[in-house]
Design a binder for this molecule. Structure first.
Ligand SMILES: Cc1cc2nc3c(=O)[nH]c(=O)nc-3n(C[C@H](O)[C@H](O)[C@H](O)COP(=O)(O)OP(=O)(O)OC[C@H]3O[C@@H](n4cnc5c(N)ncnc54)[C@H](O)[C@@H]3O)c2cc1C
Length: 369
């Protein structure tokens, strides 16, 4: 049972995408989740997603696919299933806009699942990564402190500052001067490491653009991820609402139902209203970013803060309504609670995004409501 229906105002194309994602969620994803062993379950889901024409949605460069991606990520997350990520093929990220040579060498093997890539943006403040021009390329030195999937990556998309401005470069994991250390796991189960660069040479051909373009390129990628992360957050909140509703509606051993008490009804309504607001904001901003205009970055920042902070509150509130049995560490509700906490940091800490919203209105004359 899910409370999600296609968001009103979606065009025919997205309504059809919702119907496909809904069928996948009820069919292959439910089956995959019940299968023993990750690889068989993921393979089953991947095949079904390919047959439904959803698998490559995250791999397409066109802006308008962003809205479809939001629809799918939200609907699959509303199952609370942990294997849902296997339904979407690996995205080459920024390489979608790279030269044909870079796409062929690095992007296509990522999409085909033959190579892994990681995004290295966050600097260790004690040693930010600097790119010094050298004959035929750049020498990179410094340390990135938080690289998701870095341990198994074949190459990294690295943000570096150079004397002529920031740039993004493809850095191969086995190149001389490229090392990894500080392997760690976060609350949500994500695996990360630090990337250490010591005079690592990167040829000009592996630069994604000219010095000075790096910040815009990096934020194109970060903005896209902020949007899809908000879609996941809303989906997991919808799952939490369903779980809370089922628990409240179930008959207790003494024949009563928690759903008949006003105290629990009030608490439930608070959660529902928060998800309703977050979902409305998600689609308002998604439609902006998938449209023809550039979209307002402050709207995306507001969405990301709202969705991630509301998700923590809603998941926690749903756990409280479902009782202590739901706190079992193998319960999907508890797993989703662990998952959403990190989203107040990933793709920009909430406070930093709040500051960027204030600056947009107070200093840059933007921030239309
Ligand atoms: C699950 C997860 C995955 C991630 N994956 C990646 C990845 O793949 N690649 C990557 O590059 N990075 C990744 N990150 C790192 C992420 O981008 C950073 O955690 C995030 O940008 C915040 O930086 P920080 O953790 O260094 O916090 P800090 O900058 O140390 O900030 C800590 C706190 O200080 C406050 N603060 C910080 N700056 C200001 C300011 N200017 N004014 C006022 N208050 C401020 C805020 O309250 C903030 O929460 C990931 C993080 C998480 C949690």
């Amino acid at each position: 049972m899910t409370v999600l229906s296609p968001f009103e105002g979606l065009g025919e194309r997205e309504q059809a995408i919702f119907a496909s994602a809904d069928a996948l969620a009820r069919g292959a994803l439910a089956e995959a989740e019940a299968m023993p062993g990750d690889s068989a379950g993921e393979q089953h889901l991947r095949a079904a997603a390919q047959a439904a024409g959803l698998f490559d949605l995250a791999q397409r460069p066109e802006r308008e696919t962003l809205l479809s991606l939001v629809v799918v990520r939200e609907r699959l997350a509303a199952t609370g299933a942990r294997r849902r990520h296997a339904a979407l093929g690996p995205s080459p990220g920024l390489l979608q806009q790279a030269s044909p040579a870079l796409q062929a060498r690095f992007g296509q093997p990522v999409m085909a699942g033959l190579k892994r890539q990681a995004f290295a943006f966050t600097d260790d403040p004690r040693a930010p990564v600097m790119a010094t021009p050298a004959p035929g390329g750049f020498r990179l030195s410094g340390r990135k402190s938080f690289v998701t999937g870095g341990q198994r990556a074949d190459h990294f998309l690295v943000y570096a500052k150079s004397p002529e401005g920031p740039l993004m470069l493809v850095v191969e994991a086995d190149a001389p001067g490229v090392n990894r250390d500080d392997f760690f796991e976060t609350l949500d189960g994500g695996q990360h490491c630090a990337l250490v660069l010591d005079e690592a040479f990167v040829p000009d051909a592996q630069s994604l653009g000219a010095p000075g373009q790096g910040q815009r390129q990096a934020f194109d990628q970060i903005n896209r991820t902020r949007l899809t992360l908000a879609a996941e957050a809303v989906g997991l909140m919808a799952y939490a609402i369903d779980r809370a509703a089922s628990h409240l509606q179930a008959q207790r051993p003494d024949g009563t139902r928690l759903a008949d008490r006003e105290g629990t009804q009030l608490r439930f309504a608070e959660l529902w209203m928060a998800v309703f607001t977050a979902r409305s904001t998600l689609y308002r901003v998604a439609q902006q970013f998938a449209g023809t205009g550039p979209g307002a970055p402050e709207a995306l920042s507001a969405l990301k803060v709202l969705a991630s902070e509301t998700a923590e509150r809603v998941l926690s509130g749903a756990l409280q309504l479902c009782g202590a049995q739901a706190l079992r560490s193998d319960d999907p509700l508890t797993r989703c609670y662990r998952e959403v906490r990190s989203w107040q940091f990933a793709e920009g800490a909430s406070d930093v995004l709040r500051l960027s919203i204030a600056k947009a209105r107070l200093e840059k004359g933007r921030g239309a409501l």
